[in-house]
Design a protein around this ligand. Structure first.
Ligand SMILES: NC(=O)c1ccc[n+]([C@@H]2O[C@H](COP(=O)([O-])OP(=O)(O)OC[C@H]3O[C@@H](n4cnc5c(N)ncnc54)[C@H](OP(=O)(O)O)[C@@H]3O)[C@@H](O)[C@H]2O)c1
Length: 320
């Protein structure tokens, strides 16, 4: 039906069954904003944590649409917007309500998508690459750093491995053995997590580990990092944020009661253009695991939640 958009929404916290695929009136562009017709939507673990209530958020008073990562085409431009026109291909930074065929965004949230970057890659960089980029900058990763990444085969981990490699660091990354070849392809030294991790990393880094990024959130990842990295300020977690103060390490979101600083948020914002350019140059890959129709968002979230696939889960708003 003309004039109608489609979105995924939920009206109560709960399991994947609370996600509904519904038709709504197509939104109009507000002053200072645009409407983007989406082409690809990235699914992230935070979408699941917010839906279940594992990560706290405001009470639900109107239907809530999940999702922070989307890329698409500007179809309507509101009053007072300069520099953007209908037809522009964009990535939406910190999209709100991304699981939809039409997303309203403020002009300052838009980042131009280079023609050479695919829709799925564009929708796959936001949270993972933004987080990895900011975390590695905050940890002072540079030429010569030996960096340990926990959860290296995940979307954040793969981004961290590639930034670390590009910046001249030696990157040791944990993953299940089935994912070690992927880590080697990206330029990391793979290591299996599980009992004995600290000893295995010591063998791989006889001169020591300078910094560690925890994208796994396990006690093992935290304890191994503390055992191996002398300066606790060069250990950061994006999952076990609630434990950061007690452990004396850094944390960015992930349950940290202290919100990210303006500088950290600015780094996350800057990562979009940097990453898009690296993709264009062939220096950065976004691994896409699977694309599913938007209506199958519940299935996509189950796959993310159970860790069943490696790489990004993408929702396609155009697939029937
Ligand atoms: N704070 C933030 O701003 C922020 C931003 C983005 C993500 N996050 C969080 O960071 C985590 C990773 O996100 P993602 O998008 O990369 O998820 P993902 O793509 O689903 O990857 C998760 C990874 O965790 C690894 N893993 C599973 N069990 C593990 C264990 N016991 N020890 C070590 N690694 C293990 C898996 O590796 P194998 O498959 O190789 O076993 C998998 O590659 C999630 O918890 C997410 O919510 C936080």
């Amino acid at each position: 039906m003309a004039g109608m958009a489609k979105q995924v929404q939920y009206r109560e916290f709960g399991g994947p069954e609370v996600l509904e695929f519904v038709e709504v009136p197509t939104p109009s562009a507000p002053a200072g904003g645009v409407v983007v017709e989406t082409r690809s939507i990235g699914v992230n673990p935070i979408d699941v944590k917010l839906r279940t209530g594992l990560r706290s958020s405001d009470p639900i008073d109107t239907p809530r649409v999940p999702g922070f990562d989307a890329a698409g085409v500007v179809v309507e431009v509101g009053a007072g917007v300069d520099g953007w026109t209908a037809g522009d291909e964009v990535v939406i930074r910190q999209a709100q309500n991304a699981y939809a065929t039409h997303v309203v965004a403020r002009a300052e949230q838009l980042v131009r998508k280079p023609a050479a970057v695919g829709w799925d890659e564009a929708a796959g960089i936001g949270i993972p690459a933004g987080t990895a980029y900011q975390a590695l900058k905050s940890l002072g990763v540079e030429v010569g750093t030996t960096l340990l990444v926990h959860g290296g085969s995940g979307s954040v981990g793969q981004a961290a491995v590639q930034f670390g490699r590009d910046w001249g660091a030696t990157v040791i990354a944990t993953a299940s053995p089935r994912n070690h070849e992927r880590l080697r392809e990206l330029g990391a030294i793979p290591v299996a997590y599980g009992p004995g991790l600290a000893d295995r990393v010591r063998e791989l880094a006889p001169d020591g580990v300078d910094a560690a990024l925890d994208a796994a959130g396990t006690d093992e990842a935290l304890e191994t990092s503390i055992e191996l990295v002398a300066d606790k300020k060069r250990i950061g977690t994006i999952v076990a944020g609630a434990r950061a103060a007690e452990l004396g390490i850094q944390a960015w979101a992930g349950g940290n009661p202290v919100p990210p600083t303006r500088e950290e948020l600015a780094l996350r914002a800057a990562a979009y253009a940097v990453t898009l350019e690296l993709i264009e140059l062939g220096d950065f890959e976004v691994e896409v695991a699977l694309r599913l129709p938007l209506r199958d968002a519940a299935q996509a979230q189950i796959l993310v939640d159970t860790g069943s696939v490696r790489g990004k889960l993408i929702l396609d708003p155009l697939l029937p």
